[in-house]
Design a binder for this molecule. Structure first.
Ligand code: AMP
Length: 394
């Protein structure tokens, strides 16, 4: 993959695929602009080189041209962040877009409307990719969050820029940092995997067995492991069809001499809400009518000990239902421990929307060595899978 450092761009139109798939509230207000901020180094570099910046992105999963998923508010936010005008085009292909682009001068920026207003984007459609490619002379992919997708704007399009496709600064930074985990991690290496279900994290757990010394399991998925070991987990979330697999993972961890650490206690509630009285119990003896929604204090102490003695820490997925204040303590404590470990010299990397949201909730998003903008893409890269968008750039 070629980087953008040696690009000569005077009077060139540069199409940059960014990942502006940001969270919005009910009023289309951006609740977290991290992904927009992350794209700024590449944009600034292209402006400095006197290129004309044409930004393309998707936002959400619109079924049709849903105005609630327009990129217009993002153009405004980007303009505020850059202190520079950002033109917004109401479409991403066609006459109007072409005419909007023709009015631009070197150093100007335009953001085009949501790519996913066209179903052809996700289909990887060649004609759609060709239309997008006709807007510019040079293509840069800086959208790590979608690098695991073979879409028109991330994959198909590269065939129309055979000698002029490049890897943006963010994409480069993501790969450098993920490679520190994948290829250069120092031991002891601890991975903390949480979240609702095992099913979405099987591949990453299996691949981490090859690399880590310790895997800490928290969140909803821990209850499937505990049940597989014969524990009583009440009404906690359990994937019945993954019980055999959970047992197999425990066995494989032993074969790889990896310490697979499960919680020992649980914070429980009578219902899935923040309104009930909470109680704590041994995680293997949760009362029949209770639901485990967070890890308990004994688990936190054990997890902390491992995290603080690690030289590499990877964290993906919360330890409990952190969205409810009564069940956020486990996630907050683990978050704090990862930051303390980083302060003590460990390399830490976190990723996945929920882990980042949890870190923000704790006011600790600055305390990690690297925060990846990718969720699915980060996991796929760490699993050793080939990411279509990266392959297409090389
Ligand atoms: P994931 O997207 O798989 O990383 O899962 C994140 C979600 O897992 C968050 O929305 C949490 O609320 C949820 N979660 C964490 N712990 C539990 C639990 N004990 N029971 C149910 N959901 C949980």
């Amino acid at each position: 993959m070629k980087g953008i450092q040696n690009l000569k761009l005077v009077k060139k139109r540069v199409l940059i695929r960014v990942d502006f798939n940001v969270p919005l509230d009910k009023n289309q207000k951006i609740t977290d602009a991290s992904r927009i901020k992350a794209a700024i180094p590449t944009i600034k570099e292209i402006i400095k080189k006197s290129g004309t910046v044409i930004l393309i992105s998707h936002l959400g999963r619109p079924k049709s041209k849903d105005p609630k998923l327009s990129l217009k508010p993002i153009a405004k936010k980007l303009s505020e962040l850059l202190c520079q005008k950002v033109v917004f085009s109401k479409d991403c292909i066609g006459e109007q877009t072409l005419s909007d682009i023709k009015k631009l001068k070197p150093g100007n920026i335009i953001l085009l409307e949501n790519l996913r207003y066209y179903k052809e984007e996700e289909e990887g459609n060649v004609d759609f990719a060709k239309k997008l490619s006709s807007l510019a002379d040079v293509y840069i992919n800086d959208a790590f969050g979608t690098a695991h997708r073979a879409h028109a704007s991330t994959y198909t399009i590269t065939r129309f820029f055979k000698n002029s496709r490049y890897c943006g600064r963010l994409l480069e930074k993501e790969i450098t940092n993920l490679d520190l985990i994948l290829k250069k991690s120092k031991n002891p290496f601890t991975a903390i995997i949480g979240g609702a279900k095992i099913s979405s994290k099987i591949d990453i757990i299996l691949s981490l067995l090859e690399k880590t010394d310790t895997i800490i399991i928290g969140g909803g998925m821990a209850y499937t492991f505990v049940k597989a070991l014969g524990g009583s987990v009440g009404n906690s979330i359990v994937e019945e069809d993954k019980l055999v697999l959970a047992k197999k993972i425990i066995q494989q961890a032993k074969e790889h001499s990896v310490d697979l650490i499960l919680p020992v206690d649980s914070i429980n509630s009578a219902s899935f809400s923040n309104n009930e009285k909470t109680s704590s119990s041994d995680i293997y003896k949760i009362p029949k009518e209770s639901i485990g929604l967070d890890i308990g204090s004994k688990s936190i102490s054990i997890f902390k000990k491992h995290i603080l003695s690690s030289k590499t820490v990877l964290w993906n997925g919360p330890m409990g239902v952190f969205e409810f204040s009564k069940f956020a303590n486990g996630t907050k404590s683990v978050c704090q421990a990862v930051c303390d470990s980083t302060y003590g010299g460990a390399f830490s990397l976190i990723g996945g929307g929920d882990s980042i949201a949890a870190a923000k909730l704790c006011g600790l998003s600055e305390g990690f060595s690297y925060v990846s903008t990718g969720g699915g893409a980060m996991l796929a890269y760490l699993e050793g899978k080939s990411l279509p968008a990266l392959k297409a750039l090389s």
